[in-house]
Design a binder for this molecule. Structure first.
Ligand SMILES: [Zn+2]
Ligand SMILES: [Zn+2]
Length: 146
């Protein structure tokens, strides 16, 4: 997909977003330190796991790396869950789930994204609709034509 309209698409009205940066600025230095350290070690663990396979490292390091690969995401989940405000995962209605903002634009008609284009490729036809869906011309009731 094209990138120039990605920011505009991310602001689209179809999917309420969860912006991790909004939560991050409310954290204490201790909370930031804990989450940051786990996040960095998680990336390091994935690199280690990659090396285990690419370089054929020993069964001993593979065993330890395998456990780390299970543990680190769990630790990150726990540390983040501890600081998430109540109701942060849903929109104002308390029901509609929020979608991570880092995903970028999402087509309201098919759910395709920057990382998951439609078969044959697509771009952004509008704020929150991809060119493949726009070409099918399936209008949504009440939608404003761009
Ligand atoms: Zn689409
Ligand atoms: Zn698409």
């Amino acid at each position: 997909m094209t990138t120039e309209t990605q920011a505009a698409a991310a602001a689209g009205p179809a999917f309420p977003r969860f912006d991790g940066a909004d939560v991050w600025v409310t954290l204490t230095n201790e909370e930031k330190a804990e989450i940051g350290a786990i996040a960095i070690e998680l990336v390091v663990t994935r690199r280690l796991w990659q090396r285990v396979h690419e370089d054929g490292l020993s069964d001993i390091i593979q065993r330890a790396a395998g456990v780390a690969l299970q543990l680190l995401p769990h630790l990150l989940d726990q540390a983040v869950s501890d600081v998430l405000p109540d109701g942060a995962l849903e929109a104002e209605d308390g029901i509609t789930p929020r979608v991570p903002s880092l995903l970028g634009g999402i087509c309201r008609d098919c759910g395709c994204t920057q990382e998951d284009a439609c078969p044959g490729g697509c771009g952004w036809a509008g704020e929150d609709q991809c060119t493949a869906c726009a070409a099918e011309n399936a209008p949504t009731p009440g939608r404003i034509e761009l």
